[in-house]
Ligand binder design. Structure first.
Ligand code: FAD
Length: 596
């Protein structure tokens, strides 16, 4: 495998066939002063304005959430990615991702803010005409107007293009008349501006900008939800709703371009908010474990609790490594496209589309890390974790929806594999060459080269082997099943999980290597322990998924050969993970927080 030399030339999915390099990765240790300041500002906002009143927010006190969003807007927190000439902060993609993380510990506020600044604002910012942008964006950026997004319908969720809401041009050509219903609409109860999808003449899927007081538009009562209780979620009804013809957003029949492009960014931002929430849950859990005593000692002294704390931190560290590596790639690609003369909206959308595979991976991994962290957080809190008086129970309930919206995790897993194969078919990603090389390696005698070839040689070999497993399994599955692979979703899920683990593992290793380069091994022991624990577990998962997939589609000699290959590629060195986790947990307990 080649090593990534030219970072700006990296394309989406290419990490699968090239070894990443330290120079190419961007990590939380690389934030500049301004980024750190903005992150701190977000944390202060959440601590001062949100945490003291979470109960009032959850009771949906009238006017409270909109007023909090206005406060955030005054600080510029709703408009990090909006250009300055439209009233925003005009920050780069990494910085706007940091804002999502920084506000991610705000429970329902975080959801309202994310929906407003993301799906509520970006469709108009990226697809609006100059007039539409001038009319709506400054008010959305300041928080004076609140934004919302209506795509899902009672009969079409994952199958979003199956929408039944229709739009018919009036006889005088001045209005579209919208008829239909939307469900599960975040911020729907108080928003001023909605991006709504409907089919023109029942066929051409199109986006429209709908204002709250348009004739024929009504909103249903608030849903009673399992979590994010303070976030407004309602149904929207359109009965001959009169939408001016100039409020068509983008082109007629091109609504899917808006819906899918906005989702790429939304998925990455969801992962960022999930990290913010997970860090808060871990900090709360460390604090609780230090103060709660049983058997005359703090529960933080028990190995079983240390294991949990360490595992929470390891998953967050790994997830964060993949998130900011991708955010920086998007930033770099955006600059490349701007330099090529693309306007700003096409540049960011093009950059996010280039890394759509990674955005889907991050959404799945981030939401599942958050679920893991809050679940273990509740366990550490024991009975109190089940009480409404402790915020960890709220974090647990609030977390669950992240695996459902912005495309369910099943849909995102399928997309991950589907997009990889489509890129390969279009010649954008050379999967077949490397996959055939792995097949050749399977029938050749294994090389017993020098295993001591510099720092972290073993770990780099582990990552290369993870990728070989994916290429072997995916390559054979495509050859064997061809078009029928799409009907074998279990195999697709296996391949997606292998890809997720390999991408996150490599990002974690590169982050740690960068830390060692800057600080030396002596000062990177915790980072090294986290990396080793993550890679070790990831390899086990890859072995399990690979085995399941191979047994599902291969037989006879082919099956035996691939199983031998899998065994060879997934071999790991003996490693004392108990000691590594103890080291990590002791540091967490001493520092009292999760940032390492
Ligand atoms: C709190 C909340 C807020 C939301 N906010 C918004 C919003 O602001 N705007 C908006 O438009 N929508 C919003 N949604 C809707 C959300 O995006 C949808 O719920 C989601 O896309 C899933 O659709 P669904 O609920 O119809 O589930 P379904 O699509 O019916 O899925 C049910 C199950 O089947 C699986 N499934 C579906 N299709 C396939 C397939 N092809 N292969 C394998 N498995 C499949 C799914 O993964 C899932 O496990 C929100 C939802 C919630 C709960």
């Amino acid at each position: 495998m080649e090593t990534t030399m030219n970072k700006s030339a990296l394309k989406g999915g290419e990490w699968l066939i090239q070894n990443g390099g330290v120079a190419e990765t961007f990590t939380p240790e690389d934030y500049n002063e301004e980024q750190l300041m903005i992150l701190e500002m977000c944390h202060q906002f959440i601590a001062a304005e949100i945490h003291p009143i979470v109960e009032r927010i959850d009771k949906m006190e009238p006017g409270l959430m909109p007023s909090l969003m206005e406060k955030a807007g005054q600080l510029g927190l709703l408009s990090a990615s909006v250009p300055e000439d439209l009233g925003g902060m005009g920050k780069d993609f990494v910085t706007s991702t940091l804002v999502s993380e920084g506000l991610g510990g705000g429970y329902s506020f975080s959801v309202a803010m994310s929906a407003h600044a993301g799906i509520g604002t970006l469709p108009i910012l990226y697809f609006g005409t100059e007039e539409q942008k001038k009319k709506y964006i400054p008010k959305l950026a300041s928080g004076e107007w609140k934004g919302s997004y209506g795509l899902t319908e009672p009969g079409s969720g994952s199958d979003a293009l199956g929408a039944k809401t229709t739009a018919t041009l009036s006889a005088d050509g001045k209005y579209y008349l919208l008829n239909g219903q939307k469900v599960w609409i975040t911020n729907g109860g108080f928003a001023d501006v909605y991006t709504v999808f409907a089919k023109v003449d029942g066929e051409n899927f199109t986006a429209f900008i709908v204002e709250r007081n348009f004739e024929g538009f009504t909103r249903g009562p608030e849903e009673h939800k399992m979590g994010i209780k303070g976030s407004s979620t309602v149904q929207l009804y359109f009965q001959d709703c009169k939408v001016p013809a100039e409020n068509v957003l983008g082109e007629i029949g091109k609504g899917h371009v808006i819906a899918f492009n906005i989702l790429n960014i939304g998925r990455l931002k969801l992962a960022a908010a999930a990290i913010g929430g997970a860090k808060l849950a871990l900090t709360d859990s460390i604090e609780y474990a230090k103060t709660r005593e049983q058997f005359k000692t703090a529960i933080a002294n028990f190995g079983a609790i240390k294991h949990k704390l360490a595992e929470m931190a390891i998953k967050i560290y790994a997830d964060e490594s993949a998130l900011y590596r991708t955010a920086k790639w998007i930033d770099e690609k955006e600059h490349e496209l701007l330099a090529d003369g693309k306007p700003f909206n096409e540049a960011l959308l093009g950059a996010a589309e280039e890394f759509a595979i990674e955005c889907a991976i991050l959404k799945v991994h981030g939401s599942e890390v958050l679920d893991f962290v809050v679940d273990e957080g509740v366990q550490i809190h024991g009975g109190n974790g089940f009480s409404d008086e402790y915020t960890i129970s709220k974090a647990y309930r609030d977390s669950r929806v992240n695996r459902i919206y912005e495309g369910t995790n099943e849909i995102n897993r399928m997309l991950t594999v589907d997009m990889m194969l489509k890129r390969a078919m279009k010649g954008k990603l050379d999967l077949m060459g490397p996959a055939m090389n792995v097949q050749k390696e399977l029938i050749s005698i294994p090389e017993f080269g020098n295993d001591d070839e510099g720092s972290f040689f073993q770990e780099q070999k582990t990552i290369a082997n993870m990728k070989k497993c994916i290429l072997m399994v995916a390559g054979a599955a495509v050859q064997k099943l061809m078009m029928n692979l799409s009907n074998e979703q279990e195999i697709i899920m296996n391949i997606a999980d292998m890809a997720i683990e390999a991408f996150v593992s490599e990002s974690t290793l590169l982050r740690m290597m960068k830390h060692v380069e800057k600080n030396g091994e002596e000062n990177s022991k915790i980072q090294m322990a986290m990396m080793q624990c993550y890679l070790n577990d990831a390899m086990d998962k890859i072995a399990k998924c690979g085995k399941e997939a191979i047994n599902a589609f291969a037989e006879g000699d082919e099956q035996r050969m691939m199983m031998l290959g899998l065994k060879r590629f997934t071999k790991t060195q003996p490693f004392n993970s108990k000691n590594a986790r103890r080291l990590i947990a002791d540091e967490l307990i001493e520092k009292g927080r999760c940032s390492l």
